[in-house]
Design a binder for this molecule. Structure first.
Ligand SMILES: CC(C)(COP(=O)(O)OP(=O)(O)OC[C@H]1O[C@@H](n2cnc3c(N)ncnc32)[C@H](O)[C@@H]1OP(=O)(O)O)[C@@H](O)C(=O)NCCC(=O)NCCS
Length: 184
């Protein structure tokens, strides 16, 4: 199945952001896009996520999954996926906790190799941060491997995320991670 240039299957994002020629940003609509997200993210992961993890993010927070579609590719070429955590509240009780402090979490970000260094990753992060801000998050966190200096540059230099914690042997491959946080 292809979904480029097809507004019947994916809705064009109308947020007022800088344009990248040949690229459109679209919202996650339904499970027909799940395979694209899994394939984009799966290529770069040092440890695999189960389909249940993807479904948890996408079903509960569809507005926090944004895909990039290129004019010259039949499939989405990048995506960002996030969720909202509510501080001090168990996940099963989160829907009732209207007034509790919300924290955004960026769980996945991937740009297909051929499309990197064109500002797409930055544009996706910019969009998800805007949404998290609109959803009244006070801050946003994420983890990145200590060896992933590309991601760190993007988050720290472009958006002002700060290193909050070193997570020793955080990943299944025993690599360490940094927890980064951006305060709004
Ligand atoms: C990290 C990633 C999403 C960046 O996507 P991208 O579209 O290439 O990034 P952008 O073009 O928006 O780059 C924005 C800025 O990030 C930094 N950056 C991006 N790629 C970089 C690289 N290879 N080396 C150094 N800095 C880099 C630069 O500051 C860049 O700005 P500049 O091009 O003006 O110098 C992409 O490399 C990727 O998919 N990597 C594999 C998956 C991954 O690591 N995800 C993050 C998990 S935490």
């Amino acid at each position: 199945m292809t979904n480029n240039n097809n507004n019947n299957t994916i809705q064009t994002n109308t947020e007022d952001d800088a344009e990248i020629p040949g690229i459109r940003f679209v919202d996650y609509k339904d499970e027909s896009q799940l395979e694209y997200v899994m394939s984009l993210v799966g290529r770069d992961l040092s440890e695999p996520y189960s389909i249940f993890t993807y479904r948890y993010f996408l079903h509960r927070f569809p507005e926090l999954c944004i895909l990039a579609v290129a004019d010259d590719s039949p499939e989405p070429i990048a995506c960002v996926v996030g969720k909202i955590d509510i501080e001090g509240v168990d996940e099963t009780e989160q829907e009732q906790a209207e007034n509790a402090e919300k924290t955004g979490y960026i769980g996945m970000l991937a740009v297909q190799e051929a499309y990197r260094r064109k500002g797409i990753g930055q544009a996706l992060v910019h969009r998800i941060l805007q949404r998290m801000k609109n959803m009244e998050c006070r801050s946003v966190t994420l983890e990145t491997e200590v060896t992933n200096t590309t991601a760190q540059k993007l988050y720290q230099d472009r958006f002002g995320f700060i290193r909050e914690e070193l997570l020793v042997r955080y990943y299944l491959n025993w690599n360490d991670a940094y927890r980064l946080r951006l305060w709004f």
